[in-house]
Design a binder for this molecule. Structure first.
Ligand SMILES: Nc1ncnc2c1ncn2[C@@H]1O[C@H](COP(=O)(O)OP(=O)(O)OP(=O)(O)O)[C@@H](O)[C@H]1O
Ligand SMILES: [Mg+2]
Ligand SMILES: [Zn+2]
Length: 272
């Protein structure tokens, strides 16, 4: 994982700073270019390296934003969820949504010390599980410049299946390696695929790899831990993913159950 350079770069980026006697001290910026290229970055003049007095050369901020942009692109966040942030997640007056939002904030703030412990967001359709998961993913990439990946479980399983097809020219590992390696992974819609033996084995392989490496994973699912009563025909999460996998999730994640109205319905109603 890329070590976060946050505090150091924050310090280095400061150009103006107040001294004890209240005066503003201006740290000398890097030298001006002789050629006078106005469109080049004023810090590194297009070289990508910024000279910091007393510190030597370091990667310039302009390169950092390029780097961040590349990280966002490789995270493959669907267009529909590009706007999702914690700030625009409206918890209204639902206690469970406030709890979910708070837990998401904890993951962001404590990322460096939580030892890969993620979230399992459980709830009915449209309560904002994917919204929250993407918000965490986006904000972690932005804050710590780490690698992230959004993956919808059903689509991932299909891509793995396709990789067995010689015409598709992908190997199973090409599909799986980014899923194993991402510093933060969103696995959306856990349990949505029909739980055949192959599906269970493959889920186990993926989740176990991340479990062993203590990598942060955020799961979403429509399947709850509890059936409402014994006669209830709706399967539980354990029914869908199996006992060994559910057991690993207890260790890998904090479980957060979200209750509430379907936000999609709410927003349609407000527009008419
Ligand atoms: N509390 C909320 N505040 C703001 N936007 C929300 C909220 N809940 C949902 N949305 C928006 O409503 C849409 C549906 O939410 P989302 O897809 O996250 O729901 P979900 O719980 O993942 O549903 P599903 O179980 O069907 O996957 C998204 O556009 C999302 O941004
Ligand atoms: Mg969803
Ligand atoms: Zn620059």
């Amino acid at each position: 994982m890329t070590p976060p350079e946050k505090s150091k770069s924050k310090q280095l980026r400061m150009v103006k700073s107040a001294t004890d006697d209240g005066k503003v001290e201006v740290t000398a910026p890097a030298q001006k270019p002789r050629g006078g290229n106005d469109s080049a970055c004023p810090r590194c003049f297009g070289t990508g390296l910024e000279m910091v007095p007393g510190e030597g050369a370091r990667r310039c901020d302009c390169q950092m934003s390029d780097h961040r942009e590349r990280l966002f692109q490789s995270a493959r966040i669907p267009a529909r969820y590009q706007h999702c942030t914690l700030a625009n997640y409206d918890a209204g007056n639902s206690e469970s949504m406030w709890i979910a939002k708070r837990e998401a904030q904890v993951v962001l703030d404590d990322f460096l010390v939580i030892d890969g412990r993620g979230l399992l967001l459980i709830g009915p359709v449209g309560v904002g599980k994917t919204h929250l998961a993407v918000a965490i993913l986006r904000e972690l990439i932005d804050r710590y410049q780490i690698t992230g990946l959004f993956s919808q479980f059903g689509a991932l399983l299909r891509r793995i299946q396709d990789s067995y097809n010689p015409i598709s020219q992908t190997s199973e590992l090409t599909v799986l390696q980014p899923v194993f390696d991402a510093d933060v992974l969103v696995l959306d819609e856990l349990g949505a695929s029909k739980p055949t033996d192959w599906v269970r084995d493959t889920m186990m392989q993926i989740i176990n790899a991340r479990y062993n490496d203590k990598r942060l994973t955020i799961f979403t699912t429509n399947y709850s831990d509890k059936r409402k009563n014994d006669a209830d025909t709706i399967e539980s999460l354990e029914d869908r993913i199996g006992v060994p996998l559910r057991s690993r999730l207890y260790e890998m994640c904090r479980t957060v159950e979200i209750e509430g109205e379907d936000y999609r319905k709410r927003s349609v109603a407000q527009n008419v």
